[in-house]
Design a protein around this ligand. Structure first.
Ligand SMILES: Nc1ncnc2c1ncn2[C@@H]1O[C@H](COP(=O)(O)OP(=O)(O)OP(=O)(O)O)[C@@H](O)[C@H]1O
Ligand SMILES: [Mg+2]
Length: 508
């Protein structure tokens, strides 16, 4: 990309301080020029979010202004943003250099980089809001008019005042016009309400007013966050049986390690997210992904994304590896890894071996292939490390009743990985494609392990399995599918199982 701009710096794991007064974090949004600084501001006695951008000298500011106005005359921004980001960026870069040449202004390369950042931000991006839109942690951005700071909702630190403020009525109004244009809509004083979607999926609501007695135009941007499918939704799609889900529930309650495998687009990530609903509510969870897909119904959760620049391949792998290493310093009870691909597998399996529970996905077409891939380069784990894995779930594409669906083909327990790398397995659940039914064997080696380790009688585990399967089936029958509702019931069950069972009329 032109200049030194990196739009995808690594998202750091942020500390969740109990004491807000101790918060003081800084992370890159558009590297190396724009960063977020969140800290306790003693003057206002609250946590604040400050956008930090390059400071321009008077001369640099003048150059920026001249180039900007010359450029405005030259280009049609509408046309410019329809091309690819890269092409547009290069175009801005070329044009800016040309103009600087023509206007005969001498600019050092350091100054030029800073100036280019602002050109990029204002021509391609959404002005000073642009770095905020690129902040992984921001859920909402809110502007209540002129002369009042913008507020954001931060995933980790919730409502924060920012240092961004529109002081000028016309500037804010033209920003709303820009938002409208980016959503492909039109606002005017006759049609002052904007309700649209930005290209990245974020929702925009805005009011466009010329009533000077009010605070002026307002806008809210609700950033795109994926709402994943819940366990009961997966039951409704017949992806797996309530009993299979109950089995995972018990495994996760008892700190078993689960890996979801399957071919491309077989529903691994979707299942992974649904399984994460069963992680005990009080546990500390860290999730690691390349692209943001996972979303959990819980408070105690630290998401991190290893952002990879498109087309750079290997670098992404290193990022995931680094993040995984630093994640263990966060001391999670449960670790969710979006997709295991390379050498980060080693860190993950070591983590499992030392008592950190993990759930993850990995691409492969069968358990045999998976076990082999884990033990050959580039992953190259020892049989002992592979043994830390308790259970592998295989997902698959299937056409049932002429409908394209996803199925859990089998649940395979790793009983033991031999010295020669072969694995002794047990298969408690299996899908029969001919009849489209799930068979269960009622004998789980992982339950035996759990029973030995925790002292819970094995009969109790099977009884719990049956009860929880009944509960999940009942929720499905009552069409309780919502993310928050299902999340709440499952979390509540951890605290007050009898209460929840009574509520849904389920006998133990
Ligand atoms: N249980 C399911 N029933 C029906 N459709 C599903 C199910 N799970 C996932 N899908 C659909 O299949 C697609 C792929 O799902 P998902 O991203 O979970 O698969 P994946 O195996 O993780 O893919 P990838 O190989 O890209 O990581 C999605 O579009 C999703 O809507
Ligand atoms: Mg996936």
């Amino acid at each position: 990309m032109a200049g030194k701009i990196n739009l995808n710096p690594v998202v750091p794991p942020l500390p969740r301080n109990e004491d807000k007064k101790k918060v003081d974090v800084r992370y890159m949004l558009i590297s190396p020029y724009a960063s977020a600084h969140i800290y306790w501001n003693k003057k206002v006695n609250e946590l604040v979010y400050e956008l930090e951008e390059p400071i321009l000298t008077k001369e640099e500011e003048e150059v920026l202004e001249r180039v900007e106005s010359a450029m405005l005359e030259l280009i049609n921004v509408n046309v410019a943003i329809e091309k690819t980001l890269e092409a547009t960026t290069n175009y801005i870069d070329k044009t800016a250099r040309l103009l600087i040449d023509e206007l005969n202004i001498g600019v050092s390369s350091e100054s030029y980089d800073k100036i280019f950042y602002y050109l990029f931000r204002d021509f391609i991006g959404l002005n000073e809001i642009d770095p905020l839109l690129r902040d992984y942690f921001i859920e909402d951005i809110e502007c209540n008019g002129i002369d009042t700071p913008l507020f954001i909702v931060h995933r980790m630190y919730r409502n924060l005042r920012t240092n961004l403020i529109f002081n000028d009525f016309d500037k804010l109004a033209s920003f709303i016009e820009k938002l409208a244009q980016r959503t492909g809509r039109y606002v005017s004083y006759a049609q002052p309400l904007l309700d649209g979607t930005l290209p990245d999926g974020s929702r925009v609501n805005a009011t466009y007013t010329k009533d000077v007695s009010s605070r002026g135009p307002t806008f809210t941007i609700r950033k795109f966050t994926k709402v994943p499918w819940t366990p009961t939704q997966l039951i409704s799609m017949n992806t797996l049986s309530p009993e299979m889900l109950a089995y995972f529930w018990i495994l996760l309650d008892n700190k078993a390690n689960i890996l979801v495998t399957g071919s491309t687009s077989s529903g691994k990530t979707t299942l992974l997210n649904a399984l994460a609903f069963f992680i005990p509510p009080e546990a500390r969870v860290v999730s690691i992904e390349d692209t943001r897909e996972i979303n959990l119904p819980r408070e105690n959760w630290l998401p991190s994304v290893a952002r990879t620049s498109v087309g750079v391949g290997k670098i992404g792998e290193v990022d995931l590896f680094e993040i995984l290493k630093s994640s263990f310093r966060q001391n999670p009870d449960y670790l969710i890894v979006g997709e295991v691909r390379g050498k980060e597998a080693f860190v993950l399996f070591q983590g499992m071996a030392s008592g950190h529970t993990s759930i993850s996905t990995m691409h492969s077409d069968s358990v045999d292939t998976l076990i082999r891939r884990l033990q050959t380069p580039p992953i190259d784990l020892s049989p002992t490390l592979v043994n830390s894995l308790d259970c592998v779930v295989v997902t698959t594409h299937a056409v049932a009743k002429k409908q394209e669906t996803r199925k859990v083909r089998e649940i395979v327990e790793i009983v033991n990985v031999n010295k020669d790398g072969t694995a002794l397995v047990n298969t408690p659940f299996k899908w029969d494609p001919a009849k489209d039914v799930f068979y269960s064997k009622k004998q789980s080696k992982v339950f035996e392990k759990i029973s030995t380790r925790t002292g819970t009688p094995i009969e109790k585990l099977y009884k719990d399995l049956a009860t929880r399967a009944k509960l999940l089936y009942e929720l499905y029958k009552r069409k309780i599918f919502g993310f928050d509702e299902v999340g709440w019931i499952i979390n509540e069950f951890h605290k007050n199982p009898v209460g929840v069972l009574n509520k849904f009329n389920i006998a133990e």
